[in-house]
Design a protein around this ligand. Structure first.
Ligand code: SF4
Ligand code: SF4
Length: 335
């Protein structure tokens, strides 16, 4: 890994350079929420943000997209892959780790050309954060991004300690050589001290040791009924989760039965119709089953990684104030 320093006064010039790599998106405050929006300069960003409501997965897995159109009479089949280049500035470590999990699924395991193309067309600029009372990423080891980014900025008093994580990142750093400096011993010490301080800022803990077993053993637990009675079945927890990725595919065929389109849209396992299959059978007809399924999915292992990065969004944005960590503590018998 290569390390350089970006002085604070050069941040805007750095963002200007990034614009040559695509549309730049950064965290912007909208009312009381944060959202990744297109920005023109660094002053439009709120880099001190806690979390965006919708995670950066929105750039790679669209809420709804047309995959192709067809017209048999004209012998046409058109795919609708767009080639937009983007830069996503200010992604926190938990969200970078969530993208790494998505990459395993959508690039390594079952390659998805739409997802892969968007990932290849994106520059990822990470940004160091401070936990609030809902963050438990340190319990999951996702509070630090060791890789999965092109550049990662850690704030120092007079600049940013920049980790260069890819060839793409290296090329950008070469282009802005007049804006950056070599790191000095004092910068390294400041970076280390800030990381030590940050480790101590976490107030929420979740014991994940053996969580898969704990969930399996709690299959018949009353916990599911207790929380299912509160759950509205709205699906917000899926929408805001950086690792939820279920989608549905719908064919819209025109009345002539010769032309139409295929759409893909994100789905939610918390919605009643998610389990509805041909013949009207619903394999998860009750809220208890849907809630339990979501927790089991998040608590299952993909290789050695859980399907949760501890971002806290599902707790923060649940309209029924169902606390994700509290549920799992009850599952473990700790509460
Ligand atoms: S399950 Fe909740 S805390 Fe875990 S990654 Fe998803 S939204 Fe974040
Ligand atoms: S956000 Fe809360 S209320 Fe809505 S489905 Fe998820 S757990 Fe239920």
């Amino acid at each position: 890994m290569k390390y350089v320093k970006l002085p604070k006064e050069n941040l805007d010039a750095f963002v200007e350079n990034l614009k040559t790599h695509g549309k730049v998106y950064g965290p912007v405050k909208i009312g009381e929420y944060y959202s990744f929006q297109e920005i023109n300069n660094s002053k439009e960003m709120s880099l001190e943000y806690s979390r965006t409501m919708i995670p950066p997965k929105k750039f790679f897995l669209k809420l709804k997209e047309r995959l192709f159109t067809f017209n048999e009479e004209k012998g046409e089949y058109k795919e609708t892959l767009e080639e937009e280049k983007i830069v996503v500035f200010g992604i926190h470590p938990c969200d970078i780790n969530a993208l790494k999990l998505m990459d395993k699924i959508y690039i390594d395991e079952t390659p998805d050309k739409y997802y892969k193309m968007r990932r290849e067309n994106a520059v990822i600029v990470g940004y160091g954060c401070h936990p609030d009372e809902y963050c438990f990423c340190h319990s999951l080891g996702t509070n630090y991004a060791a890789d999965g980014f092109d550049l990662f900025l850690h704030e120092l008093k007079d600049g940013f300690f920049v980790r260069v994580g890819s060839d793409k990142g290296n090329a950008i750093v070469s282009e802005i050589s007049e804006l950056i400096k070599d790191v000095e011993g004092s910068d390294i010490e400041e970076f280390r001290a800030a990381e030590r301080k940050r480790e101590k800022e976490y107030t929420l803990e979740l014991n994940i040791r053996g969580i898969t077993d704990m969930l399996a053993l709690a299959y018949e637990s009353e916990v599911w009924k207790e929380y299912a009675d509160k759950c509205f079945g709205c699906g917000s927890c899926n929408l805001v989760c950086p690792t939820c990725r279920c989608y549905d595919v719908v064919d819209n065929v025109n009345l002539n039965l010769k032309s139409g389109e295929r759409l893909r849209r994100l789905d939610s396992c918390m919605l009643r119709k998610h389990g509805l299959v041909a013949g009207g059978l619903n394999f998860r007809p009750t809220r208890i089953e849907r809630l339990r399924n979501r927790f089991n999915c998040k608590g299952s292992l993909r290789e050695d990684t859980l399907n949760c990065v501890g971002c806290g969004r599902c707790t923060v944005y649940c309209p029924s104030q169902i606390d994700y960590v509290e549920v799992l503590k009850k599952v473990r018998g700790e509460l």
